[in-house]
Design a protein around this ligand. Structure first.
Ligand code: IMP
Length: 189
């Protein structure tokens, strides 16, 4: 058996798709929009671990109205490292009730939409006053279910991306930009 090679954070990235600066100005824009849309109210941000962590951390600081945060962790199973299956398991549930709250789901990327579709149905069942979706990235080419994204950062082409929270095999999350992984990395790691 060949030993798995360590990821190379500099050389495994083929192209920087969205720079750290572009991410930060988009986050500021989204934060301002959320603050004005929910003005006079407070909003509960529900983020989905682990990929949304940097986005959540930056977005909450760009919002100027009162926020509560909660974290869920879900894993899709039955798929592969780069393909989602739509079968979702909740690894970590909400820690507080969202009954009667204005809830904004904070996601890293919407690909097939299957994970979010499951999550929306699950959270709707918990009786929030409103439920909206904010996603940093949208990869519409592979969508299998219709999803209405209320706040969107960037639409990206059908490429597997890493960085700013997004991983391949749990690595590359700490890159400050969104980059396209070299295809040969999928087979080598
Ligand atoms: P969906 O259920 O197909 O919409 O998949 C959503 C989840 O798949 C995201 O929250 C990510 O964790 C993961 N994912 C989808 N596309 C990518 C990608 O290009 N890079 C890294 N993770 C991805």
């Amino acid at each position: 058996m060949t030993a798995l090679r360590e990821p190379d954070l500099v050389n495994d990235v083929a192209e920087i798709l969205i720079s750290a600066d572009r991410i930060q100005s988009k986050v500021a824009e989204l934060g301002a929009l959320v603050s004005s849309d929910y003005a006079g109210r407070s909003v509960t941000l529900v983020s989905v671990l682990k990929g949304s962590l940097p986005f959540m951390a930056d977005l909450m600081r760009a919002i100027t109205i009162p926020v509560r945060i909660d974290l869920m962790e879900v894993s899709s199973y039955g798929g592969t490292a780069t393909e989602s299956s739509g079968l979702v398991r909740i690894l970590k549930d909400l820690s507080s009730s969202i009954d009667g709250k204005d809830v904004l789901i904070v996601e890293d990327i919407i690909d097939t939409g299957l994970t979010l579709n499951y999550l929306v149905r699950y959270l709707r069942g918990k009786n929030p006053t409103s439920l909206r979706i904010c996603s940093l990235l949208d990869k519409p080419a592979r969508r299998l279910v219709e999803i209405r994204i209320d706040y969107l950062g960037f639409t990206i082409p059908d490429q597997f991306v890493v960085g700013y929270g997004l991983d391949y095999g749990e690595h590359y999350r700490n890159l400050p930009f969104i980059g396209v992984l070299k295809p040969e990395v999928y087979t080598a790691l």
